[in-house]
Design a protein around this ligand. Structure first.
Ligand SMILES: Cc1cc2nc3c(=O)[nH]c(=O)nc-3n(C[C@H](O)[C@H](O)[C@H](O)COP(=O)(O)OP(=O)(O)OC[C@H]3O[C@@H](n4cnc5c(N)ncnc54)[C@H](O)[C@@H]3O)c2cc1C
Length: 98
């Protein structure tokens, strides 16, 4: 992974924003099918792919309510839940919410 500043002045044929499930798939597919094109995959979060908590399904649970690799969105108050707001986890890192 390169820091964005290291890419100053570098040109790309395709820029994909979001290295989640679909972004990684599109980038991998483009790289395979168009090997001579320059492809940039931009991800806001870190590369935690070596973290066992991200690789073992039973261990990911602890991350749902934490800011670790998580945008930790919150819903609007839900009328049907007596106005409660619900934590809405979305992955922030390479691999996204997958
Ligand atoms: C808790 C949870 C459990 C799930 N369980 C299942 C399941 O069991 N089976 C199933 O099929 N699906 C499941 N899903 C759904 C599945 O993970 C998503 O549908 C899928 O990951 C969506 O892919 P995506 O590429 O659209 O978004 P994501 O995978 O969320 O990727 C979006 C990426 O964009 C990045 N990003 C956002 N804004 C910016 C920005 N401005 N600049 C750079 N990067 C940015 C994010 O950090 C993220 O990495 C689950 C989702 C969650 C949250």
């Amino acid at each position: 992974m390169a820091h964005l500043r290291a890419l100053d002045g570098v040109q790309f044929d395709y820029v994909i924003v979001g290295g989640g499930t679909s972004g990684c798939l599109v980038a991998a597919r483009l790289a395979l099918e168009l090997p001579n094109r320059r492809i940039l995959l931009v991800e806001a979060g870190p590369d935690d792919s070596a973290d066992p908590d991200n690789n073992v399904p039973g261990l990911t649970k602890g991350k749902f309510g934490s800011k670790d690799g998580n945008w930790l969105y919150q819903t609007a108050p839900q009328q049907e839940l007596r106005g409660r707001e619900i934590i809405y986890p979305r992955g922030r890192g390479l691999g996204g919410s997958s």
